[in-house]
Design a protein around this ligand. Structure first.
Ligand code: R5P
Length: 292
């Protein structure tokens, strides 16, 4: 039996309870569980994130650099803030003792041999909960053949996520023949946010990227895109953060580098340390020359 309570405790009647706005753009009105998951993805100190994207196999199979995720990717995972992967890789390769947040690929269907915009929701929210993920990711094909269905699929995932407190990251996928410019990305990212995505992944563009981040009411992270020379990839990350991106969700420019671990450390220095691309490149080279 607990002891009887006693009188004379301090209720701090003259101190109003503090309520703070949530640190992440557009997220203040979300529920506690959703905010908690977002706070595991985005560092509450600087609002930024370095996500390591290794989900490419869901439509490309064993992409260069991802032939053996257990061998080449697991050593990088402790350097990332977040791992983005498929549930297949998570269950088969990633030890459950890894405690960093996971963003799970929850859409799929077509392979590179078919029309890519023909995607469906490819995972139940129940399994996302079972795996303890911090967010789901789904492709949205604005302007693509199956544009409308991909947007509605995203809203279904958002609805399911809202039910259980799991954020949705919408990924703006651009068709091969479509123009990648600020006008397109303003349209695509804004549609994703308006339709309920809690954050959006898109591509960096040299002209007018700040208009993309400004017009989108939720955080934006950039994909790395095709492999570029390391310094160019670091410059891209720097410019994206400088123009309002909240982080990167980068794959090929890390795991196809001649020093993936060097690139991880260099990208982190930019995203969390506000380091210049040149200084970050020195980090990459130092790590490459010492650790390989
Ligand atoms: C592509 O569809 C996947 O969602 C990747 O996660 C995304 O493109 C980021 O990887 P990368 O930096 O290689 O473009």
């Amino acid at each position: 039996m607990p002891e009887a309570d006693h009188e004379g405790k301090n209720y701090y009647e003259d101190i109003p309870q503090q309520g703070k706005l949530f640190f992440l753009k557009g997220s203040s009105e979300l529920d506690w569980g959703m905010k908690n998951r977002l706070a595991r993805i985005f560092n509450p100190i600087d609002g930024h994130t370095v996500m390591l994207a290794v989900d490419h196999g869901y439509f490309q199979g064993p992409t260069s650099g991802l032939e053996r995720v257990d061998v080449s990717i697991l050593p990088l995972v402790p350097e990332a803030d977040v791992l983005m992967c498929t549930r297949g890789i998570l269950r088969t390769v990633v030890p459950p003792t890894f405690t960093l947040p996971v963003v799970i690929r929850a859409s799929g269907g077509p392979s590179i041999l078919k029309e890519l915009s023909d995607e469906q929701i490819a995972m139940d929210m129940e399994d996302c909960i079972r795996l303890g993920v911090c967010a789901t990711a789904i492709q949205v094909f604005v302007g693509g053949e199956f544009e409308s269905r991909s947007i509605v699929n995203m809203t279904r995932l958002v609805d399911a996520g809202l039910r259980y407190g799991i954020p949705t990251m919408a990924v703006t996928a651009v068709g091969k023949d479509m123009k990648r410019d600020a006008k397109y990305f303003r349209l695509a990212t804004r549609i994703c946010a308006e339709m309920g995505a809690q954050y959006v992944k898109t591509y960096y563009v040299d002209e007018g990227f700040k208009t993309v981040t400004s017009a989108c009411p939720v955080p934006i992270v950039i994909a790395g895109g095709k492999k570029q020379p390391e310094l160019d990839a670091l410059k891209m990350a720097y410019k994206a953060i400088d123009q309002g991106a909240a982080g990167v969700d980068m794959g090929r420019n890390i795991f196809q580098s001649d020093s993936p671990i060097g690139m991880m450390k260099a990208i982190k220095a930019i995203v969390h340390g506000n380091e210049t691309p040149e200084k970050a490149y020195e980090i990459y080279e130092t790590v490459k020359n010492t650790a390989g």
